[in-house]
Design a protein around this ligand. Structure first.
Ligand SMILES: NC(=O)c1ccc[n+]([C@@H]2O[C@H](COP(=O)([O-])OP(=O)(O)OC[C@H]3O[C@@H](n4cnc5c(N)ncnc54)[C@H](OP(=O)(O)O)[C@@H]3O)[C@@H](O)[C@H]2O)c1
Length: 203
């Protein structure tokens, strides 16, 4: 697939690299694309501006900071008809410190902001180090996802498998707070069996 990465930092760079290894075409983006040379490791990896990544891709991995969401969306331009995988978590930076934003959900906010884009929440529940070091285990870690478009979710489930993890569908976007900060599915690496059992008890 043609995938654009908006926010090619720790999480975006890591997941994009896993997809590139699986054979997908990855366009990493930055406000300073010249900083992305380390991510350009094969013929199917490219780098450029946020707008170029958005234009290139059928699927966007959205992995910038919560407080830069509007700026990143504005730089991207139209994302109509595309799938956007939201990996962001609602933390804010204030006085040099990062803190959770109470009652905020970036998944719900992006779904409302982008009515013509198929938003799927995924890749936000595990730390970057787990994605970087634990892909393609014989018993892969669960990666939770949710969203309102079933075809988009099927594509994201395949992308999660291609990156070396096991996708667990928790339902439509109304379920997203279970997998965002404060939710029971957030930041608890678990097997697919544990994840499915826990998910059944929630939804
Ligand atoms: N760290 C984790 O373990 C982890 C795990 C899951 C999810 N997340 C979530 O993923 C997101 C990124 O976290 P990270 O740890 O990967 O951070 P990071 O390594 O610091 O990367 C942040 C990225 O955001 C981009 N960015 C910043 N301002 C932007 C703007 N105005 N427009 C477009 N892009 C902008 C930066 O790109 P340039 O500066 O190059 O433009 C950079 O690539 C956060 O929402 C975080 O909560 C983090």
């Amino acid at each position: 697939m043609k995938i654009g990465v908006i926010g090619a930092g720790g999480i975006g760079g890591t997941i994009g690299t896993l997809w590139a290894k699986a054979g997908h075409e990855i366009f990493f983006s930055s406000r300073n694309p010249e900083k992305l040379s380390e991510l350009i490791t094969s013929e199917n990896t490219h780098a450029g501006t946020v707008a170029d990544a958005a234009k290139f891709a059928d699927v966007i991995l959205f992995a910038c900071y919560y407080w830069t969401i509007d700026e990143a969306l504005s730089a991207a331009g139209s994302l109509d008809g595309k799938i956007l995988i939201d990996a962001t978590n609602p933390y804010m930076r204030e006085d040099g410190k990062i803190h959770r934003v109470p009652d905020a959900s970036s998944g719900l906010e992006l779904t409302a902001k982008l009515p013509n884009t198929k938003v799927v929440k995924a890749y936000n529940t595990l730390p970057t180090a787990t994605f970087a070091n634990e892909a393609h285990q014989s018993e892969p870690y669960a990666v939770f996802y949710c969203g309102d478009d079933s075809e988009a979710k099927a594509i994201v489930a395949q992308l999660i498998a291609d990156s070396g993890f096991a996708g667990v569908d928790i339902g439509d976007m109304t379920q997203v707070t279970h997998q965002e900060p404060g939710g029971v599915l957030y930041n608890h690496p678990m097997s697919i069996e544990q994840a499915q059992k826990l998910t059944r008890s929630l939804i």
